[in-house]
Write a protein that binds this ligand. Structure first.
Ligand SMILES: NC(=O)c1ccc[n+]([C@@H]2O[C@H](COP(=O)([O-])OP(=O)(O)OC[C@H]3O[C@@H](n4cnc5c(N)ncnc54)[C@H](O)[C@@H]3O)[C@@H](O)[C@H]2O)c1
Ligand SMILES: [Zn+2]
Length: 364
């Protein structure tokens, strides 16, 4: 890890990487001295994580528990209202603390509820999924879905502290782990070849929890460095969209076919398409493209699509909310690993060619 990445750790919110989660939470509580504490869990983390955390942390053992329904369809206003109501009824004040224990749904919604309750109370995120740890818990984007639109309502607000561990990942299934790992592949591609090599060396389940914690730390610090430089997504933060213009189109197509694929799987396929475009437009090395494609084919399998799907995929890319207008399709591309070019406008013919090559690489 280079020094400048380590130093980004000192800005704004504190990131604590440890498998001694209870002690880390108790230290934050001792520093903040809240007058009472609320722990938000969902119905799964209530079962799989909370009992362990109550044994590990004195503060969590004594806290009031708020349980919300699991799943992104419940990351909504109704659930948020229920959280606000409980906070009010149970005597939360401006000096209360909320501890969000869960995946991206719990950290996004819990952070939003905390950031808006009485104009904002302090909160800690304790991500319990790999996707949540590597992506959702850091960066200050909080919010809920509204009116069929993802993350439509929210605020930028950073947690006081994010406690990142790999302790609770052992109850996640392979699909959930691989989904989070795709965002780690993205971060490595944005950063440096050594990180990329480490990730391609094994399958996520083959790392032990300490090795995974080290990889997680490196990955989160890559995101944090980018976010600290551009917190409200005026420029550099767009580099985090790598893999996501094509990825969101694959994800939406799968949803339309009523056979949804996990977000990270869509991003994995999207990374292939966007590295093909990077090769076509910016001479990204084909050797790195082939290594990534082989790894993804092996771990994530293939997403089945034909040239009949191209018009729909391109229409979905055109309506991606990251574009400035529907007349342009905007990508984040790479010249090589760690050398990023944002705002690349690509013509439809080139996207179709890249989709052809994606299918070849996935063997479909
Ligand atoms: N704020 C951001 O920058 C950002 C970035 C990426 C994603 N997100 C959001 O994150 C959400 C997706 O995150 P996610 O994949 O973590 O979803 P999630 O929170 O729904 O978690 C996935 C599933 O795993 C369960 N779970 C959580 N921890 C567990 C554990 N340790 N053991 C067993 N089961 C466990 C959850 O209950 C859920 O059923 C989406 O709402 C997305 O919009 C936000
Ligand atoms: Zn993503």
């Amino acid at each position: 890890m280079s020094n400048d990445l380590k130093q980004s750790n000192m800005n704004s919110q504190e990131l604590v990487f440890t498998n001694n989660v209870g002690a880390a939470i108790d230290a934050v509580v001792d520093r903040l001295k809240p007058n009472n504490i609320f722990v938000l869990v969902d119905t799964n983390t209530a079962t799989f994580v909370l009992p362990r955390l109550q044994q590990q942390s004195r503060a969590v053992a004594e806290a009031k528990i708020i349980t919300t329904k699991a799943g992104d369809i419940h990351k909504n206003l109704e659930s948020t209202q229920a959280i606000w109501r409980t906070l009010g009824e149970e005597g939360a004040t401006r000096h209360s603390l909320m501890i969000n224990v869960g995946g991206g749904v719990v950290t996004d919604m819990g952070a939003f509820a905390a950031a808006t309750f009485k104009r904002g109370i302090q909160f800690i995120n304790v991500p319990t999924t790999l996707l949540g740890a590597v992506d959702a818990s850091v960066g200050g984007k909080t919010g809920i879905n509204f009116g069929n639109l993802k993350n439509e309502i929210g605020v930028f607000r950073e947690a006081d502290t994010v406690v990142l561990s790999t302790l609770y990942f052992n109850t996640l299934n392979t699909e959930e782990l691989s989904s989070g790992y795709a965002e780690m592949l993205k971060h490595a591609l944005l950063s440096d070849a050594a990180s990329f090599d480490s990730l391609l060396s094994k399958h996520v389940e083959d790392f032990d929890s300490e090795e995974l914690l080290q990889l997680l730390e490196a990955s989160v610090l890559i995101k944090k460095k980018i976010v600290d430089a551009d917190p409200t997504e005026k420029g550099l933060r767009k580099s985090l969209n790598l893999g996501h213009t094509a990825g969101h189109a694959f994800e939406s197509l799968a949803l339309e076919r009523k056979s949804p694929i996990p977000h990270g799987y869509a991003v994995a396929y999207g990374l292939i398409t966007e590295l093909v475009l990077s090769h076509m437009k910016l001479q990204f090395p084909s050797s790195q493209l082939h290594r990534l494609a082989a790894y993804i084919k092996n771990v994530y399998g293939a997403f089945d699509f034909t040239c009949d799907d191209y018009p729909r995929l391109i229409s979905l890319m055109r309506h991606d909310k990251k574009n400035l207008s529907v007349s342009e399709i905007n990508f984040t591309l790479l010249r090589e690993v760690g050398d990023v070019q944002i705002n690349c406008v690509i013509a439809e013919e080139d996207i179709k060619a890249a989709l052809d090559i994606t299918r070849d690489l996935l063997g479909i």
